[in-house]
Design a protein around this ligand. Structure first.
Ligand code: HEM
Length: 373
């Protein structure tokens, strides 16, 4: 018997390939912002402990000031992939969300608390007060949100445990156990935070209004963090890939009903190669304390490409796992409403133009020296 609910009340309003494309692009951007938040916050917390070091405090404040803005990107870039995921995988995702309902709904409260703590952390740093415990609490909460998201995104792939979970409690108050993919997947995201957070510092060193000495400090520190945690990120990725079911591995090698998923397998190799490039960028910046703008830009472009590759691979893992359990995401009734799709795309592009204009206004604005509290 197919374990997924058969109900699919309305047809999809746009081609599946278009929904998947938009899902992957927006989710990759969510991941860039998430990693900047997770890594940048922990780096700022650790630096804030060195209150007698002016360079550490300048860097901690510079990162903290930007984190509240990064959080707006985390949230705004989370809503589109959530909507696309629900459209494409609703029958799996709704079920798993209900099964962990208490935890799932708690994300809203955890998120508000994290956001508030971020503002408090930044304000205390600006005022020259001890702030590490506020930042650390925010980081632990953000890590818990990440854990709950990993839990739901893996539970949606395990219909075989749903009935037993529901029989144990219909309240949604229990978390699933026994999934070998959950912890490596979560660790991958957590290590990726410090990896990308380090590259973010390299970028800031090249762009911001630090003094020459501060630039060297920021680039040297960021590069070393990126290189070190890039290796851990890479190992966590290999671990997460190695614990996938055999059917998924075969599918990624192109041996499934859809040879298309070979592309996702290639994306996995692309991810690996890009992480190696990024580790080298980090090592060059870190060891040479190089704060050149172009190096920061190379790091930034590599990060975005890395997250796109990662998201394509991750999408392949999900589709192939679901396929092995009877859920074929391509097997859906589609009745495309082209006028609505066209209007959506026009507004989407207009939105991008407006965001580009806003970014250019910020770039042209008068800069305040980072050191000025
Ligand atoms: C501090 C805030 C947040 C953090 C740290 C965070 C972290 C993460 C992580 C680690 C994942 C990957 C999970 C995995 O597959 O293993 C993820 C995926 C996801 N996040 Fe976020 N997230 C945050 C906020 C949000 C919010 C507010 C929303 C919803 C409005 C959201 C929506 C999603 C969705 C829908 C996915 C998975 C999409 C998919 O697989 O199709 N996230 N997030």
């Amino acid at each position: 018997m197919n374990p997924y609910p058969a109900v699919d009340p309305i047809p999809l309003p746009a081609p599946i390939w278009l929904l998947k494309l938009l899902h992957i692009v927006t989710l990759a951007l969510h991941f860039v912002a998430v990693e900047m938040l997770l890594g940048g916050l922990l780096i700022a917390v650790v630096l804030s402990l060195f209150r007698s070091s002016p360079q550490a405090m300048v860097t901690a404040r510079a990162v903290a000031r930007r984190l509240t803005v990064v959080m707006t990107f985390v949230i705004n870039l989370a809503v589109p992939p959530l909507l696309f995921a629900q459209v494409l995988y609703g029958r799996a995702l709704y079920t798993s969300s209900v099964l962990i309902g208490v935890y799932w709904i708690s994300i809203i409260g955890l998120l508000m608390l994290t956001y508030w703590l971020l503002y408090r952390f930044t304000a205390r740093l600006e005022a020259g007060k001890s702030a590490w415990w506020m930042g650390l609490t925010a980081w632990l909460l953000a890590g818990s949100i990440a854990r709950l998201l990993s839990t739901n995104m893996t539970l949606m792939l395990r219909p075989e445990v749903w009935r037993q979970m529901y029989s144990s409690s219909a309240l949604g108050a229990y978390l699933p156990t026994g999934d070998p993919t959950l912890t490596p997947r979560w660790l991958l995201m957590m290590a990726g935070g410090l990896f990308i957070g380090g590259l973010w510092l390299v970028y800031l060193a090249g762009r911001s209004t630090f003094t020459a000495e501060e630039k060297k400090f920021v680039a040297g520190l960021g590069g070393k963090i990126a290189a070190g945690f890039g290796v851990i990120y890479l190992l966590a990725g290999l671990w997460a890939a190695s614990v996938q079911p055999e059917a998924v591995k075969a599918g990624l090698a192109g041996q499934a009903a859809y040879p298309l998923y070979k592309l996702a397998g290639f994306a996995g190799y692309g991810w690996l190669a890009l992480v190696v490039v990024a580790v080298l960028v980090g090592a060059v910046a870190g060891l040479g304390k190089i704060s050149a703008g172009w190096l920061g830009w190379v790091g930034a472009v590599v990060v975005v490409l890395t997250e796109i590759m990662f998201t394509v691979y991750r999408d392949g893992v999900r589709d192939l796992t679901l396929l092995s359990k009877g859920y074929d995401v391509w097997d859906r009734v589609v009745v495309t409403n082209w006028s609505v799709v066209g209007l959506f795309l026009v507004l989407f592009v207009a939105g991008l133009v407006v965001v580009g204009w806003l970014v250019s206004v910020v770039a042209r604005a008068n800069k305040v020296m980072e050191g000025a509290a």
